[in-house]
Design a protein around this ligand. Structure first.
Ligand SMILES: [Zn+2]
Length: 507
């Protein structure tokens, strides 16, 4: 089956075919770096990571560009309040964003760009729009003339009959019933940072940033542009208008949008007290892998209802998969092969791939693997599993994990490395790395300093300890066996002795 995706432009499923052979140009709207992103933002970033990984799985070579919006009303307001320069202020949130990304196993895009590093390119495109009659100056600001671009509204499918030519809007976000001329370049207000350019002093509007940075690195027409559904209007609609007006060419071939995340069936909002950043969840002791799993588990075009029960189930699901892999690698089975079982593993792999090809149906992809795990566990319990069957099941698991990326038990290690857990803190209390004075901590942990990294035992090392302990028990050296158990416990590893041997897991 070929890879089919839902294109917001046209509103239907389409077979994905890149513009150039197997090269894919992809742009994703990055965060505005004035605060910690919330889990709704991360729902979109996890979706984009799954998309990235699936394109690579299917053999495409990816050139993925993501911007960092480091100049806008929010970054200007907050940096002023903190008494820091725009650069100093946004730097800290960029760093925090990169740490969050590592925790959630989000791959780095090939190119990450700050808006303020491309001001000259933005100025050039705005000049072109003015020359072509798509933009005009008013009181030092420059606006895009919506009425001049005939295809305006193609993504949102809005009725433009009510648009008044010349009615302007200066904010970056507005209602789609009020499509109006929007600012490409904003004259500086008192005390705001600005750039001195051939357009006069000022700063770019948000929409032009993404048009310019995407075309700069991917060309005037490229394959995929994606973001959350809240970006469709006005942001992406305006991006299309500016870009196509400037170049006269189609801008983007496939537009992909992730649906909202809601919490306990309600819109997430600070006033309802159900607003969470990633760090809020870590502070409550939730594991990054469980959060990633939960955010990935619902297909991206469906609302994701975030609940703590769901997060708990996500952790259990991961444990089941890790335990299954542990059985495959640690239990001893009778020699030989069971052709039916190997076929079962192969069919699960096929079902997983078909689900992903079907517009990234992650729920079905998970279902396919769990059905396989259930069947294999049953076969193991009944003594029908053979040593020769392991490879086929491990292969399916490994392929699945190239996309979902939760099998490696490295949460604790990552949290320690990034300074979220203090050395020797067995309660796993989560600390936020120190923030400079003037940056307000949103949720917790003010004043904590970055913790030292400690070396934790790797999976292999734990495996060796467990094996040594088994051997000591067989030889009747229970003192040494208990000592090993206690040492592992201090390192956050719990052992469970069962019929099938000893299993271990991290606390
Ligand atoms: Zn954007």
């Amino acid at each position: 089956m070929s890879f089919r995706i839902h294109n917001t432009l046209g509103g239907q499923l389409e077979e994905f075919k890149p513009l150039h052979d197997n090269q894919v140009g992809m742009y994703t709207c990055g965060p505005t770096v004035y605060d910690f992103p919330h889990i709704g933002n991360y729902r979109t970033f996890v979706f984009q990571d799954i998309l990235r990984r699936w394109l690579k799985y299917r053999g495409y070579t990816l050139r993925h560009v993501m911007n960092l919006t480091d100049v806008d009303d929010n970054t200007i307001r907050n940096s002023k309040a903190a008494g820091l320069s725009l650069r100093e202020y946004t730097e800290k949130y960029i760093e925090a964003f990169q740490m969050d990304r590592q925790l959630l196993s989000l791959e780095d895009p090939e190119i990450v760009v700050r808006a303020t590093d491309s001001i000259d390119d933005m100025v050039k495109v705005i000049q072109t729009l003015v020359e072509k009659g798509y933009a005009y100056e008013s009181e030092g600001s420059i606006y895009f003339r919506v009425a001049a671009f005939k295809n305006y509204g193609q993504l949102t499918k809005i009725d433009l009959s009510g648009i008044r030519d010349g009615a302007r809007v200066d904010t970056d976000k507005y209602d789609k019933n009020n499509a109006r001329d929007f600012a490409l370049w904003k004259a500086p207000k008192e005390g705001e940072p600005f750039w001195q350019t051939p357009l006069g002093p000022g700063r770019p509007g948000w929409h032009i940033e993404c048009s310019v940075m995407s075309m700069k690195y991917l060309g005037e027409t490229f394959d995929i542009h994606s973001g959350g559904v809240d970006l469709i209007f006005p942001h992406h609609e305006n991006e299309i208008a500016q870009s196509e007006a400037a170049t006269g060419k189609p801008f983007v071939r496939y537009w992909l949008h992730a649906e909202h995340l809601i919490v306990n069936g309600e819109k997430m909002s600070k006033s309802l007290g159900n607003f969470y950043t990633l760090r809020d969840l870590l502070a409550q002791g939730h594991k990054p892998s469980a959060i990633r799993y939960l955010l990935a588990s619902v297909p991206y075009r469906r609302h994701l209802n975030f609940t703590f029960e769901g997060l708990h189930q996500a952790q259990q699901s991961i444990d089941r998969l890790r335990n299954f892999r542990f059985r495959l690698t640690q239990e001893s089975f009778s020699a030989g092969e069971n052709a039916t079982l190997r076929e079962r593993a192969r069919a699960a792999c096929q079902a997983f791939e078909d689900a992903m090809d079907d517009n990234l149906n992650t729920a079905e992809a998970l279902g396919a693997v769990f059905a396989m795990v259930r069947d294999a566990n049953t076969a193991m319990d009944h003594g029908e599993f053979r040593a020769g069957d392991c490879a086929a099941f491990l292969d399916t698991l490994e392929r699945w994990d190239r996309i979902f990326c939760v099998l490696e038990d490295n949460d604790h290690e990552k949290l320690v490395k990034l300074g979220f857990i203090k050395r020797g803190d067995s309660s796993q209390a989560v600390l936020v790395p120190g923030q400079p004075a003037g940056i307000e901590q949103t949720a917790m942990g003010n004043g904590h300093t970055r913790a030292e990294a400690i070396e934790l035992p790797s999976d292999e090392e734990i495996g060796r300890w467990v094996a040594e302990r088994d051997e000591m028990r067989r030889k009747g050296n229970f003192t040494r066996a208990d000592e090993i158990r206690q040492n592992l416990q201090k390192a956050g590893v719990i052992l469970e002795d069962g019929k099938a041997g000893t299993r271990w897991k991290r606390k």
